[in-house]
Design a protein around this ligand. Structure first.
Ligand code: SAH
Length: 214
């Protein structure tokens, strides 16, 4: 697969669309200029890779809309070196954006097919997050606590273990709701460990599934 001037031009257009939709974080926009989204999609979608659309990525799952990825990344206010836990690796696109932001990324996926595909793809593009095949409801105890946690599937409730695995002054961004739409919730933990929640709008994700990895 190649990353041509044409693809770079399409990325620039996508970045303009994101800016028009209200994304202002410079680092996030720069990351979108760099990560070749068409590598994360089926070849059939290459032409549309830089439109603000979600696509099937196999195992009945979808890659999130670019705006959603940009929005969640912005909410986390990532600093270089932050330890970030992602639930729902999927195609790995959000993972790559987090890596570009300078985070040390830990990402969990419960669909084996996607875990294997993305574990193969990301190193080829120069990204080296730590990936795990497992259940996101459990978090990743052996690497906890995390500065930031991002959930990229619609959770029926806020998993307590994720809140526990957040550092003081940490942030957790998670879409919560059981229907086709969820409310984006931002949780911040104070330096004393106090939890604050704010609602950040309505989004649409595939569901966070409960049963453990097959
Ligand atoms: N960040 C991904 C989004 C993929 S969609 C991307 O940019 O492509 C959400 C992903 O969450 C799917 O791959 C789905 O399999 C995964 N998922 C759903 N429930 C999960 C769980 N309990 N633990 C870990 N991953 C889960």
């Amino acid at each position: 697969m190649e990353d041509s001037y044409k693809h770079k031009g399409m990325r620039k257009q996508l970045v303009e669309t994101l800016q028009n939709k209200g994304i202002q974080n410079k680092e996030v926009l720069e990351a979108f200029m760099v990560v070749p989204r068409h590598f994360f999609l089926d070849k059939a979608f290459t032409e549309q890779a830089y439109t603000n659309m979600a696509f099937q990525i196999g195992a009945d799952q979808t890659i999130s809309h670019p705006y959603t990825v940009a929005f969640q990344s912005t909410m986390l206010e990532i600093s270089k070196g932050d330890k970030v836990l992602e639930i729902g690796t999927g195609s790995g696109f959000q993972t790559a954006i987090l890596c570009e932001l300078g985070a040390k990324v830990f990402s969990i996926e419960r669909q084996k097919e996607l875990f294997l595909k993305t574990r193969h793809l990301l190193p080829k593009l120069g990204y080296s997050p730590k990936l795990k095949y497992g259940d996101g409801y459990e978090g990743w105890e052996s690497f906890a606590p995390f500065d930031k946690i991002i959930v990229t599937c619609g959770a029926p409730y806020i998993p307590q273990k994720l809140v526990e695995q957040l550092k003081p002054n940490g942030k957790l961004i998670i879409p919560v709701g059981e229907g086709s739409q969820q409310e984006m919730i931002l949780i911040t933990k104070s330096s004393e460990g106090e939890i604050k929640q704010t609602r950040e709008g309505v989004f649409s994700f595939v569901p966070m599934l409960k049963n453990t990895a097959k």
